[in-house]
Design a protein around this ligand. Sequence first.
Ligand SMILES: Cc1ncc(COP(=O)(O)O)c(C=O)c1O
Length: 407
Amino acid sequence: MVEPSTLTATQLIQQVEDAHTSGVYAKRPVAIVRGLGAKLWDAEGREWLDFAAGIAVNGFGYGDRKIVAAIKKQADTLIHTSNLYHTEPASRLAARLVANAFPSKVFFTNPGTEAGEGAMKFARRIGKDQGRTEYVVFEHSFHGRSMGALSTTWTAKYREPFEPLVPGVHFVPRNDLAATAAAVSEKTAAVMIEPVQGEGGIRPASPEFLRGLEALCRVRGCLLVFDEIQCGLGRTGKMFAFQHSGVVPDVLTLAKPLAGGLPMGAILLKDEHAHHLKVGDHGSTFAGNAVCAAAANAVLDHLEEPGFLDEIGAKGLYLQRGLKKLARKHEGAIAEVRGLGLMIGVELRGDAAAVVKGLKEKGILAVKAGDHVLRLLPPLVVRRGEIRQLLAALDEVLATGAGSPAA
Ligand SMILES: Cc1ncc(COP(=O)(O)O)c(C=O)c1O
């Protein structure tokens, strides 16, 4: 142990936290103190450029005036009531989500996992009379960590220590309609998919595949659930990722960026199915909390600003163009650049961890998706100059051999 007097502020925070918390997170030795826009400052005053955005949560970066003001105002007025009473922020938010998505009823949650879990319960409730209790999901999926949501998550190392999980979950390859059709049976309650996989490596489903899924679910009488917890709410350059394919799901789950950094998720259930839910079927004490709802209304104010979503698409193309140029220059390291809007994966031939480390040494925070994909999720308000800064840093990191198979 280091002598307390010689500890930096970061080391002190780290040591106390490491001694008293569960240890399930592989935390970087960085203690973040404050942020503004796409920039963060740590306990030593070092500046960081954030290309992870709290793992797609901080869509509007840090210190957004409108979101902060909405939180402060609501906190001064009323923080929490439980779901036994109505509040204006939650009622307005539900109406606005429905107006932006499709005719549906909203159930608020806290994290994304709870939205995935709730979607699984709703699908079983709706299919109950027909004995529909099973799920068809996709390889490389990530839907959360609770027992139900974990059952539909692909990564074996997340699932296996906690088995047995919910039975009747079938994994099939993405973009393979024949395999999906073979897995769907009269017992299937729902087919659940991320239109753009996040954790699984930034893999967009093809619009044709999503249209095929829609037809399949309609013919076989099961629900189609889109998990837009990571890819929804502007991230792909449209309000919702489903709008790229035109496929409207039966159930839509949202979370991460919804309340500007406060914990809030939502499940939207198409109107035609809503009559299946009865009072008492589900619940969540904190969900729909007035402060979170007020923050989410401010997030929607931003997303609804004319031209804002188009600008995300334009900046995403700008970033992808720059990355593709780097892919030509560093073809030994970059195998593919893919994604939609500001949700971009750089598939490396070597180890993504080495590239994340190299970027960190240059003051840029990024995350991996699996062992080989560098996942870029900057705040939606990232500036073009900051995109150029990332590209220049990545160029230098790749030039060291990081990301190449031999490195
Ligand atoms: C697509 C998707 N679904 C569900 C979740 C789980 O959300 P949370 O961590 O908020 O519970 C995540 C989190 O990364 C996700 O990316």
